[in-house]
Ligand binder design. Structure first.
Ligand SMILES: [Zn+2]
Length: 124
């Protein structure tokens, strides 16, 4: 792929931030830094709910999926100029989203109270 400049790069909508919005995050309107900040707080909140055995509504789940997709796309677009720290944060976030999904899928299958210690996901 040729390294062309994007037609027009938007600026982050967070006040006071001058970061530019990556193409993959155009819908969010945040630069990568602020997108990751928002996405990881959403995701960690969801994971906490799972661990407490609480339900996650499908709307939140869909939002997490959207985040994950944007991250994957952004990883692909940034592959030419890798930033180890950012990549790590993004991959980390994807892992948490995957974890949340495991919880939700497991929960839906069981459809009952938790407490059957039949080897699930081990935290870390
Ligand atoms: Zn920003």
């Amino acid at each position: 792929m040729a390294a062309e400049n994007p037609p027009h790069q938007k600026a982050c909508r967070k006040e006071g931030c001058r970061g530019s919005v990556p193409l993959a995050l155009g819908g969010e309107g945040f630069c990568l830094e602020h997108f990751l900040e928002a996405a990881s707080s959403r995701t960690n909140e969801a994971l906490n709910r799972c661990r407490q055995g609480r339900n996650i509504d499908s709307k939140s789940l869909a939002l997490l999926l959207t985040d994950a997709l944007a991250i994957v796309q952004n990883l692909e677009e940034g592959a030419a100029e890798p930033n180890a720290d950012e990549r790590e944060r993004m991959l980390d976030l994807l892992l948490v989203v995957a974890n949340v999904h495991e919880y939700v899928a497991h929960d839906a299958k069981q459809r009952g109270p938790l407490g059957q210690g039949s080897g699930g996901i081990s935290p870390h």
